[in-house]
Design a protein around this ligand. Structure first.
Ligand code: ADP
Ligand code: ZN
Length: 220
């Protein structure tokens, strides 16, 4: 089964995808994580992608699409996969449909996370991530702090703030790109009748783990 996470930055896509991945055994395929791993390992792909990422722009499809295609062909994604951060545009969504059709697959369920914009900005500014690229656990200074400040609970590595999370300009820019390019995907998949809208908000005391529980019940 192919699951797809939609929702603006900071809504908790990574958290929900991570929990669902653990429960189902299907890999979480996060384009942002793959890019960051390549950047930290200074691969050719990483150096090229970082030119766009550091500025808060999307990485061109010529780089992104083949990378996702190759990942979906790996053995661990045979039974299912949870896409997180791809597709980000209608053009990518159409490419994804083509890629999946080649192996008689399709997107089965789209989980659209919604969070009020004021909460989103605070969540992103308070986000801290594990610097160990093989762990990449995420924390939040107020909502989900690590047990020891600045240290990952899972692997003991240092927690850091993502460069593109550290200034309002880059955050606002990414959110604007989301509204313009990615939000239309909600309609694209709604027309196929496969979207579940899930609110994540402190105001209603509903966090990523609650959404993951509810979505898991929908797919088993
Ligand atoms: P966020 O959703 O917080 O912006 P991600 O971890 O999903 O962060 O992605 C980080 C950066 O990687 C994005 O700002 C973008 O530059 C690039 N990126 C990730 N996924 C894609 C994609 N599907 N297409 C193009 N660029 C992408
Ligand atoms: Zn860690």
């Amino acid at each position: 089964m192919i699951l797809l996470m939609l929702g603006a930055q900071g809504t908790g896509k990574g958290t929900v995808a991570g929990i669902l991945s653990q429960k189902t055994g299907w890999p979480q395929i996060s384009t942002g994580d793959i890019f960051r791993k390549n950047i930290s390992e200074k691969t050719e792909l990483g150096i090229e992608a970082n030119k766009y990422i550091a500025a808060g722009n999307l990485v061109p499809d010529e780089i992104t699409v083949p990378m996702v295609k190759a990942r979906l062909q790996e053995a661990d994604a045979k039974e299912g996969a949870i896409l997180d951060g791809f597709p980000r545009t209608i053009a990518q969504a159409e490419k994804l449909d083509e890629i999946l059709a080649e192996s008689n697959r399709k997107v089965d369920l789209v989980i659209n996370l919604t969070t009020p914009r004021d909460e989103i900005i605070t969540r992103i500014l308070n986000r801290r991530v594990c610097s160990n690229q093989d762990c990449k656990a995420t924390y939040n200074l107020t909502m989900h702090p690590s047990k020891v400040e600045g240290i990952c609970d899972k692997c003991g590595a240092k927690l850091v703030q993502r460069e593109d999370d550290s200034n309002r300009e880059s955050i606002e820019r990414r959110l604007a790109i989301y509204d313009e390019k990615t939000k239309p995907l909600v309609d694209y998949y709604s027309a196929k009748g496969i979207v579940t809208n899930q609110e994540v908000s402190e105001r209603i005391n509903r966090l990523g783990k609650d959404v993951a529980e509810d979505v898991y019940k929908m797919i088993v």
